[in-house]
Write a new protein. Structure first.
Length: 288
């Protein structure tokens, strides 16, 4: 279900600070034209915490329309660190959403038993398949391979966005024996190539706003067993990703997209601040 590259879209803002809806639509079409398998709306890259409910609804509406037109998968980020409010948000997802990206409960550190109970409860109520977002350096909660296998065995859990900050032992163990129908997706952009080499299905990658076709080709090359081509692509794209994350995401990415004429401003909302122009220039040199 989740094979390939899924792009977690930025939320562009216009000169007045409002969501630039037309730019969202154009950016969505562009990455799909260039080989993305799907879009992710309302992720961290989309500054979801800084959007009000009406803005979130507009972003999802635009992305759903584009994905329906293009027959692409739309995944929507669902935030919340308690089970009841997260379940309610899942039940309220609009038509056109194909999957939900749900973070391991953050800050509370409920333990792995709590993580299992949380996702099993959500899986019984969600109208769309769930993708677990495992990012322990933000949530404070580690989740081992055995726990991910147990939760991933549920038919309504489609996969995991794996962003553990590197290739750890749990990634090795999970990819060696994943549940049937459970996709492991790279979530740390710099490390996506080695994860693909180990059997990951694809990635949810902010970097894939840029050089989208190359990221799609990277997935295809590893899946086809073309290690020489995949390795060369992976090294080049890792340099691009590392440069994009030299400042908080999506500040550098928005600076580059604006410099390329793809979004109307590089604006981000506080507490984020715009990236230094020299950093933006350095990133542009990585892919031009």
């Amino acid at each position: 279900m989740m094979r390939g590259i899924h792009v977690p879209l930025v939320t562009p803002f216009d000169a007045a600070g409002e969501v630039a809806v037309e730019a969202v639509e154009k950016l969505a079409h562009r990455v799909l034209d260039d080989g993305a398998a799907g879009l992710v709306a309302l992720g961290t890259t989309g500054e979801v915490a800084a959007l009000d409910p009406a803005e979130r609804a507009r972003v999802v509406e635009v992305c759903a329309r584009v994905c329906a037109e293009r027959r692409a998968l739309l995944t929507v980020g669902v935030t919340g660190n308690d089970t009841r409010s997260t379940a309610r948000a899942l039940r309220e997802l609009p038509e056109g959403v194909g999957a939900a990206l749900v973070t391991v409960p953050y800050f509370l550190r409920p333990g792995e038993r709590g993580v299992v109970a949380h996702f099993e409860a959500l899986a019984e109520e969600t109208p769309v398949p769930l993708v677990i977002y495992h990012i322990p350096y933000r949530t404070g909660q580690t989740v081992g391979a055995a726990t991910l296998r147990r939760v991933g065995a549920h038919p309504m859990v489609a996969g995991v966005k794996y962003a553990a900050g590197g290739i750890d032992q749990d990634a090795v163990e999970l990819l060696a024996d994943p549940p049937a129908g459970f996709d492991v997706l790279g979530g740390d952009d710099v490390f996506v190539s080695p994860l693909l080499a180990m059997g990951a299905s694809g990635g949810i990658l902010a970097s894939a706003h840029l050089s989208t076709r190359s990221f799609a080709d990277l997935v295809d090359a590893w899946h086809a067993g073309d290690a020489a081509r995949a390795s060369a692509l992976g090294h080049r794209l890792a340099r691009l990703s590392a440069a994009l994350f030299t400042a908080p995401n999506p500040t550098v990415l928005k600076g580059v997209l604006h410099a390329e004429g793809l979004i109307p401003t590089p604006a981000v909302r506080l507490p984020l601040v715009e990236a230094d122009p020299a950093t933006v220039t350095a990133v542009r040199e990585c892919f031009t």
